[in-house]
Design a protein around this ligand. Structure first.
Ligand SMILES: Nc1ncnc2c1ncn2[C@@H]1O[C@H](COP(=O)(O)OP(=O)(O)OP(=O)(O)O)[C@@H](O)[C@H]1O
Length: 287
């Protein structure tokens, strides 16, 4: 049975800027069930990271708010682990030590030293990093660093895993391998995942639902697409799957047809907003 875990309720987010308040998000409403894999997709600057940061507790919404299991999110917490695009590992520590740092933070006092060691090794094994666990980040590839970042997040045993373009900096082949690993891990752990991506195929392959955001300012959720494809999903078989291609088409249509005109319009609006002269405003208004 579905269990509601995360509720984003009527979120508005304004940032103070030199030109006055900038409204990044307006009226963002979303409910996510336990174990769901949700992707957020939208054009650059529409507010995807802002949504993720609000769930992570790194930002506080100007209006509305985030509820996790019915409790308001006000600050960061280990039950919401974040994986960033640039892995953010401590460069002087080995992969093992990087994971250990997070594990000690969360489980000090509840797990023995031996249990912690087993737990760190288990999570590194999940991401296939057992052989390289004693290497430092500068001794491993970008994909391996990202694997360690994922292991570190998973080792915190989060209720919600937040991933901000986790594979964005990787080459296509490494990206595909990691996507497969993430799907396997999700099948095993069944944790709730929110992932930001710019990649339509990635969103369709990995997600249960795709949240498509309109362009900013005052961005909001434009459409939500259910990806009703059986799991496990095989990327090669998906290429000929009609449902898969339909989902892909729906996302592309939203991004490049429905949001295209708005994008052109909002860039004009932005120019006007940031302009110092009344003349430019008048010129655009009469154009
Ligand atoms: N601290 C801040 N102060 C002012 N404006 C901000 C701040 N953080 C974000 N913004 C603005 O809010 C909007 C949304 O930013 P955000 O980073 O969430 O977009 P995004 O969709 O994640 O972008 P990208 O895909 O390029 O990473 C942008 O216009 C950005 O300039």
């Amino acid at each position: 049975m579905k269990q509601k875990q995360l509720v984003l309720s009527k979120i508005g987010m304004e940032f103070p800027t030199a030109n006055g308040a900038f409204c990044a998000l307006s009226n963002v409403d979303l409910t996510i069930d336990k174990g769901e894999f949700v992707s957020i997709i939208g054009h650059s600057g529409c507010g995807k990271s802002t949504v993720l940061n609000l769930v992570a507790g790194l930002h506080k919404a100007t209006s509305g708010g985030v509820l996790l299991n019915g409790r308001e999110v006000n600050e960061p917490g280990p039950e919401r682990a974040v994986v960033f695009q640039n892995h953010s590992l401590m460069p002087w520590m080995s992969c093992y030590q990087n994971v250990e740092l997070a594990v000690k933070q969360v489980f000090k006092g509840t797990k023995s030293r031996k249990e912690m060691k087993q737990w760190i090794e288990y999570n590194l094994e999940l991401v296939q990093m057992t052989d390289a666990m004693h290497k430092r980040p500068d001794e491993i590839s970008g994909g391996m660093k990202q694997r360690v970042g994922i292991a570190r997040a998973l080792a915190m045993e989060p209720q919600v895993l937040l991933m901000d373009e986790p594979f964005g900096a990787l080459d296509a082949l490494t990206r595909a391998h990691l996507q497969d690993s993430v799907m396997e891990i999700h099948a095993e752990l069944k944790n709730t995942v929110i992932m930001i991506t710019h990649d339509v195929d990635e969103a369709v392959l990995l997600s249960d639902r795709i949240v498509m955001m309109t362009n900013g300012p005052s961005a909001t959720i434009g459409e939500v697409l259910e990806v009703d494809l059986p799991r496990p999903r095989d990327r090669i078989q998906m290429a000929d799957n009609a449902k898969y291609n339909h989902c892909r088409h729906e996302v592309l249509r939203f991004l490049y047809e429905k949001q295209r005109k708005v994008e052109a319009l909002s860039s004009t609006t932005r120019k006007v907003q940031h302009s110092d002269t009344v003349r430019l405003t008048k010129k655009v208004a009469t154009a």
